[in-house]
Write a protein that binds this ligand. Sequence first.
Ligand code: NAD
Length: 227
Amino acid sequence: MKHIVVLTGAGMSAESGINTFRDADGLWEGHNVMDVASPEGWYKDQDLVLDFYNQRRKQLLEVIPNQGHDLLADLQETHSVHIVTQNVDDLHERAGSKQVLHLHGELRKVRSSLNEDLVYDWREDLNKGDLCELNSQLRPHIVWFGEAVPMLEKAIEITSMADILVIIGTSMQVYPAASLINYIKSGIPIYFIDPRPAINAMDYENLTIIPEKATTGLGKFIQLIDS
Ligand SMILES: NC(=O)c1ccc[n+]([C@@H]2O[C@H](COP(=O)([O-])OP(=O)(O)OC[C@H]3O[C@@H](n4cnc5c(N)ncnc54)[C@H](O)[C@@H]3O)[C@@H](O)[C@H]2O)c1
């Protein structure tokens, strides 16, 4: 059974109605990203940051996985599939994908602001005064710009096992996520699905660019690997 590793970014969830980030001129849902996704933003205005992620968490209840998420879940019937996602939504899991690693955290979890290992499932709004067991304010379980990426080692290990690498809907601007492509075994096929692909075919051996949205692009990818 071939081992397919799929790296997904915000474009994967665009057809479910969740806005990407670069497509909106570097704003995340109308906000300067450093205001809502950095430790500095958190120290400056906790109310704004809590409200921002509360809105994102609520939005998850209004959206459903798209056909692209479904196609990736179906792919598990015939292949071993690992997904490494930059997304903080839970649409891969809701579509039925079993092996999903969240590189940048999860909207439906919160964590202690004193000890990052104290992580809790969270479905409701998170408010000032919601405390962890060490009595410190809980914060969104999101890896903010400038913070370490605890899942990076695991993501590198998964990527290095790929027989086929598929990258979907990412501007390749956020590091270290964008560097995962450099950890593949040499010569394996790489597929890059994005209507505005931020990659140069000359830079990688065996790279196929599919300049389409996630849904139609994944349909083409599956035809290519089945043929
Ligand atoms: N859904 C989410 O969880 C979400 C949404 C916005 C931002 N973010 C966070 O912001 C960061 C943004 O970096 P990024 O590279 O993932 O996203 P990005 O916003 O920087 O880039 C989005 C990419 O998706 C492409 N795209 C747009 N519509 C598409 C579609 N229908 N199908 C396929 N591709 C499409 C764009 O051409 C672009 O290259 C991430 O690290 C992530 O943590 C997450």
